[in-house]
Design a protein around this ligand. Structure first.
Ligand code: FES
Ligand code: FE2
Length: 453
């Protein structure tokens, strides 16, 4: 492991071949400009984003495994837009959730199985491929108005690595090029075989970017999430930036923070992590520095027993969080057995509100002797078999139990940060190199707003 003191270019595995997904990417110099804080609260900035950002980018609408059956659908809402994503006989398609008659929202349910949708206002009917199938009292319309059977407006939709992306522009870029991630990066995790076992949403009183910023670095862990110190490297993190605003941080898990005075002492968190992979901490002979490797080894063994394929993953990927930012509004905590997909969804009208929408995706576990990894914080009664797909649960921002300890801390923090950002006394964020992903993200955002994209 190495570290460049001036730019904090920490490398998690110096032996990783240059072409490997783990390799440190060349450092990108995004300058030292301080952005104006009005981007976090002004209505004008929000409107600019709606003119120049949201309609142009690929957005993660959901995951393929949520639409296993023909005619399954879900609704994806972002800001004032709502989009129906359907598994049609021609594949997965997306349409604006807007009736072509008078603009009513066609579908109000979050998900279901429907071949046709009937508008609740005057009962016009549409197929899930967007064709207008029926107009109530059609003879009362002048023919020139309805002769072309005005259907639903389609939205570009592609499936990549088991993830469903939509794009509202007329000429969307190629999805792989847009994502900017190395070839095979997302595919390695086999997300298409994972199932959503938990879907939660919480509304926070902050701009969506205040949310992104808080999740794009581990610099705040020692202060806000001190209990992670026993099991997570917060300073020895590999930050990488990619093309088109994408980025990731590799956060080592199963090691105490390098800030800890005693680097070898075991602790409760490490014991717990060992036990979830089937190692009895009482008989574990190593010290804290041996835990990460022991977990990696155990996971390879368990995967083989469960028939899960980890052959495309490095040892590091079996323990570490590869928190991967997909521009503009998603971060995926990529783990061998699960993906924690978080979306930062802008509020329809208020620039100082957003939805933190999270889906926990995992390879189904059918053998009751296998447990979900400790970091996921799933309630004990969670169905890990992937057989049931519960609807999204809206949780209150002060529901600490539902949020879990770490998110409860973020929940308390983020609105308070927003208030400070809003002050006349704040001159704009001073980002260090542990915050290079934030700078990279905002630089890309600015390219959209400056019509460079
Ligand atoms: S608005 Fe949909 S049928 Fe009238
Ligand atoms: Fe946090």
């Amino acid at each position: 492991m190495s570290d460049d003191a001036t730019t904090n270019q920490y490398v998690i595995n110096p032996d990783a071949p240059a072409e490997s997904l783990e390799a440190k990417q060349p450092w990108v110099d995004n300058g030292v400009d301080i952005v104006s804080p009005d981007r976090y609260y002004s209505s004008e900035f929000k409107s600019e984003e709606w003119n120049k950002l949201w309609p142009k980018v690929w957005l993660i609408a959901g995951v393929e495994s949520d639409l296993p059956e023909l005619n399954d659908y879900f609704v994806f809402d972002v800001g004032h837009e709502s989009i129906i994503v359907s598994h049609t006989k021609e594949g997965i398609q997306a349409h604006y959730n807007v009736c072509s008659h008078r603009g009513n929202r066609l579908v109000r349910e979050e998900r279901g199985n429907n071949k046709q949708f009937t508008c609740p206002f005057h009962s016009w009917r549409f197929s899930n491929q967007g064709e207008l199938k029926f107009i109530t009292d059609r003879h009362t319309f002048r023919e020139e108005l309805v002769c072309d059977n005005p259907g639903l407006t389609p939205v570009n939709c592609v499936v990549h690595a088991g993830i469903i992306f939509i794009n509202m522009s007329d000429n969307p870029p190629d999805i792989k090029e847009y994502l900017g991630l190395p070839e095979g990066y997302l595919e390695a995790y086999q997300v298409h075989k994972m199932k959503v076992v938990r879907h939660q949403r919480v509304e926070w009183d902050a701009n969506w970017k205040t949310g992104i910023d808080a999740f794009y670095e581990t610099y705040h862990l020692h202060a806000v999430h001190p209990e992670t110190a026993g099991v997570m490297g917060d300073l020895n993190v590999q930050y990488d930036t990619f093309e088109n605003g994408a980025s990731r941080m590799i956060v080592p898990i199963g090691v105490p923070t390098v800030r800890a005075r005693d680097q070898d002492a075991m602790n409760e968190g490490l014991d717990w992590m060992l036990s979830t992979v089937g190692i009895d901490p009482a008989t574990f002979e190593g010290g804290a520095q041996e835990v990460r490797a022991a977990i990696q080894k155990a996971k390879r063994k368990n995967a083989a027993e469960q028939g899960v394929d980890y052959s495309q993953l490095t040892d590091g990927q079996l323990t570490d969080s590869w928190a991967t930012g997909v521009f503009p509004n998603v971060q995926m905590g990529m783990h061998a057995e699960a993906v924690f997909l978080m979306r930062f969804l802008p509020h329809a009208t208020d620039p100082e509100k957003f939805y933190y929408d999270t889906m926990t995706l995992m390879h189904p576990i059918t053998d009751p002797s296998h447990q979900a990894p400790a970091w996921m914080g799933l309630p004990e009664d969670t169905d890990l078999s992937g057989k049931t797909r519960e609807n999204m649960v809206e949780i209150q921002s002060d529901d600490n139990e539902a949020l879990g300890i770490v998110l409860a801390q973020d929940s308390e923090l983020i609105p308070v940060v927003q208030q400070g950002i809003r002050s006349r006394g704040f001159k704009g964020p001073i980002w260090g190199e542990q915050e290079q992903r934030l700078r990279h993200f905002h630089a890309e955002l600015d390219r959209y707003l400056n019509d460079e994209k």
